[in-house]
Ligand binder design. Structure first.
Ligand code: ZN
Length: 255
């Protein structure tokens, strides 16, 4: 028990992960490879099976948590950035979120794939490649792209989609749901008819600029999003209809 506690304390938190990842890392750059290696070693540390999926302009990193069923839930994010920005919000924040969930989720019904897509910035090349070559039956995809700027104050109320989850997370009532998809890694899955959620805390004036730095992220907000996303994934894994499957939704935190 003591050893387990020590291990948990030794695992990196959001800011440690973001510090490692938030360096300019366009696809095929040296920093991109460095960050890919970091993600791989973190997934291996917790005992996940890790594979690299190479395509012409990059490499997706995939960690697998085997569940009772072979059908999958994909938890995804992109790890490349545009040039000349540390890309802390876009998208070291989403990578840190995916890593945090990979360390938390255990003993699931479905097989969970933690997928770090490469080369999103030049047209979702990694996620398109993954979706095209996917053999498994994916029941749900959650995409974290830019989750580091949560501002709760000015959310737009909406409670039509996740009624169960709002009891536990009243603040999430104020998330707005938008039909359709923006341009991020959920789009290739949406095109295949896979239910998805994109968690996104909105754009800002640091977006794709050198000022998108690790010290500008809302780490407390990220903790909230993690708890919310974890409950959502556990609900879906347990077969709860927490999503309106007749519609495909993009979930956006409005500023
Ligand atoms: Zn992005």
């Amino acid at each position: 028990m003591k050893i387990l506690l020590l291990l948990i304390l030794l695992l990196p938190g959001f800011n440690e992960d973001v510090e490692k990842i938030a360096i300019s890392r366009p696809a095929q750059s040296r920093n991109n490879i460095k960050v890919g290696n970091y993600l791989e070693s973190e997934l291996k540390k917790i005992g996940l099976q890790v594979e690299r999926q190479r395509f012409s302009s990059g490499t997706n990193i995939i960690g697998t948590l085997r569940g009772k069923k072979s059908d999958t839930i994909i938890i995804g994010c992109h790890y490349d950035s545009v040039r000349n920005t540390p890309g802390a919000d876009d998208n070291a924040s989403g990578c840190a979120m995916t890593l945090a969930l990979s360390r938390k989720l255990k003993k699931t019904n479905h097989t969970i794939k933690f997928v770090f897509f490469d080369n999103e910035e030049r047209g979702m090349i990694g996620s398109r490649y993954y979706a095209k070559n996917m053999k498994e039956k994916c029941i749900f995809m959650i995409n974290f792209d830019m989750v580091g700027h949560l501002r709760i104050k000015s959310f737009v109320p909406s409670n039509t989609v996740f009624p169960g989850i709002f009891k536990k997370f009243p603040w999430a009532k104020q998330i707005s749901f938008r039909q359709g998809a923006g341009p991020s890694d959920h789009a290739p899955f949406q095109r295949k008819g896979i239910p998805f959620v994109w968690i996104f805390t909105g754009t800002h004036n640091r977006y794709h600029r050198p000022s998108d730095t690790s010290n500008s992220l809302n780490y407390k907000g990220m903790e909230k999003i993690k708890e919310y996303a974890e409950a959502l994934i556990i609900g879906i894994d347990g077969g709860k209809q927490v999503i309106d499957y007749n519609n495909l939704w993009t979930l956006e935190y409005k500023h």
